[in-house]
Design a protein around this ligand. Structure first.
Ligand SMILES: NC(=O)c1ccc[n+]([C@@H]2O[C@H](COP(=O)([O-])OP(=O)(O)OC[C@H]3O[C@@H](n4cnc5c(N)ncnc54)[C@H](OP(=O)(O)O)[C@@H]3O)[C@@H](O)[C@H]2O)c1
Length: 361
């Protein structure tokens, strides 16, 4: 009898909720879902905000759910009534309100079903960079057993960064308190066309191009030659997939204070990204030449206007030093990115073309 009960639990499937399915990263994840070869699971749900999104996610076999992620009662009823035991959160790296609602709701599912429940939070490599007060004079591994304490002690002048770092820590603490397994998943500079139905483009590459188009030059915003981790969108998705495979197989990939996952194949210098994009823009006569010029105070002001941000946030958006280094994905999940870091430079011409086409559309 005991054996039968045990079997019932171990074969009880997870129901999964994906958020941000209309976005760049979440869209790519949904589009590659079919080929992911996941272990058996129950139902796939996708959080949507429009009827068109609801129709789109159905094509990937997802059941659309429409609710306000910032409303605790709405989150509770969506998660508990649908017995959702895995939430992939891809909609906001900064604020803690929605993640805390999901964590509490997952804890209730755990109580009802007596099985492990999982919350994945998508943060950003920026919160492990110079901008957020992270150490950046040597590699900062995502497997560093002290990473949670490092995050706790980070000091930054940027309010936005402070909030994001606090949120990463609060998620780990709240999840631990409620017996939920949390994962802090960090995309970096992601590039390449998303296969998703919604946003096809990433963020930082778009900002570099938008700024150059407006000011007719590509500008560097730092001194020295700072570097940043990079990742093709397909590889970013495959890390989401590998982690989910382990979760669905009821294995125990690192979680909580040991649950940081950076999706990066390696790092490149911003200067090399600027140069590759400048070449692509000059070739199309969008800028007069492919020189990369160091921005002075006045230029930073103009760059801020072009990007719709303050002067102070320009280096945060298109520069900075980040020595965050991926190790956990390969070590714990056997994740192997397909694209070498230099591929972002080889792909810069195509990326610029995609960005220009989208801004004309
Ligand atoms: N792309 C990168 O290179 C990168 C790097 C580091 C971190 N990240 C982080 O990763 C996450 C996903 O990035 P992304 O590039 O896919 O962003 P994105 O293309 O801007 O997509 C954001 C997604 O979140 C949804 N969303 C936003 N607010 C929501 C809300 N209140 N309720 C429900 N859904 C909401 C959007 O839905 P709608 O379509 O309805 O607006 C969209 O599906 C973000 O948190 C981002 O900051 C991305």
């Amino acid at each position: 009898m005991i054996l039968i009960i045990h079997r019932c639990y171990s074969t009880m499937s997870h129901n999964i909720l994906i958020t941000g399915g209309s976005g760049y990263l979440g869209g790519d994840l949904l589009a590659r879902w079919d080929k992911a070869n996941f272990p058996p699971y129950g139902k796939l749900y996708a959080l949507v905000r429009t009827d068109a999104q609801a129709e789109a996610v159905k094509k990937y076999g997802a059941v659309p759910l429409s609710f306000n992620a910032k409303d605790e009662a709405a989150v509770r009823s969506a998660v508990v009534e649908n017995n959702i035991s895995v939430v992939y959160y891809l909609i906001d790296p900064l604020h803690f309100d929605a993640p805390s609602h999901f964590i509490k709701a997952l804890a209730e599912v755990k109580k009802n079903t007596d099985r492990e429940v999982h919350f994945l939070h998508t943060t950003g490599a920026k919160l492990f960079s110079s901008h957020a007060g992270a150490p950046n004079d040597k590699p900062l591994f995502d497997t560093d057993p002290d990473l949670y304490n490092i995050q706790k002690s980070q000091k930054t002048p940027h309010e936005m960064m402070r909030i994001g770092v606090e949120t990463n820590c609060s998620i780990i603490e709240e999840a631990e308190k409620h017996g939920v397994r949390s994962y802090i998943f960090a995309p970096c500079i992601v590039y390449g066309k998303s296969e998703g139905f919604g946003n096809p483009l990433s963020k930082q590459t778009v900002a570099v191009v938008r700024a150059a188009v407006a000011l007719k030059h590509v500008y560097r915003v730092d001194t020295g030659k700072p570097t940043w981790p990079v990742c093709h969108v397909a590889d970013n998705t495959s890390l989401y997939v590998e982690l989910l495979c382990k979760i669905l197989a009821d294995e125990t990939p690192g979680y909580g204070k040991n649950g940081y996952y950076l999706a990066a194949s390696g790092s490149v210098a911003w200067d090399d990204i600027y140069a590759a994009m400048a070449t692509a823009l000059a070739k199309r006569n969008i800028i007069p030449d492919d020189r990369v010029v160091t921005a002075n105070n006045e230029v930073l002001e103009h760059l801020g206007q072009a990007l719709g941000i303050t002067k102070e946030l320009v280096p945060v958006t298109v520069g900075g030093n980040c020595t965050f280094t991926a190790a956990r994905g390969e070590k714990e999940l056997g994740w192997k990115p397909l694209y070498k870091p230099q591929h972002i430079l080889e792909d810069a011409d195509a990326e610029v073309q995609r960005i220009l086409e989208k801004s004309e559309a």
